[in-house]
Design a protein around this ligand. Structure first.
Ligand SMILES: [Zn+2]
Length: 80
C-alpha cells in the first residue's frame, strides 16, 4: 500500500505534513483505541491516510494489547 498524493474521496492534494490522530478499531469483539497515531489528514474532507508501516504496527499491537494499557468505560446508547 502506498500513500496517495491526492485524497481518494475529494482529490485534494494531501501534502506531506503528518498529524497525530486517535484511531478506533474493533477486533474479535474487543474495542481498541490508539492515540497519537501519525496520519496524513485531508484538509478538505478529513479522510485519514496511514503509512503501511503504521497500519502494520497497529495490527501488531492489537495482537496482544499490554495488560497495563489504560482501560475506558464508555456509555452505550440506544438511539430512540
Ligand atoms: Zn478528501
Amino acid at each position: 500500500m502506498t500513500m496517495p498524493d491526492f485524497c481518494e474521496y475529494c482529490h485534494t492534494p494531501l501534502g506531506t505534513t503528518e498529524k497525530r490522530v486517535t484511531v478506533y478499531r474493533r477486533r474479535h469483539g474487543q474495542h481498541i483505541i490508539f492515540e497519537h497515531v501519525p496520519a496524513r489528514v485531508c484538509s478538505r474532507c478529513g479522510e485519514r491516510y496511514f503509512a503501511a508501516a503504521v497500519v502494520r504496527e497497529m495490527e501488531r499491537l492489537m495482537q496482544a494489547p499490554p495488560l497495563t494499557a489504560p482501560r475506558l468505560s464508555v456509555p452505550v446508547l440506544e438511539f430512540a
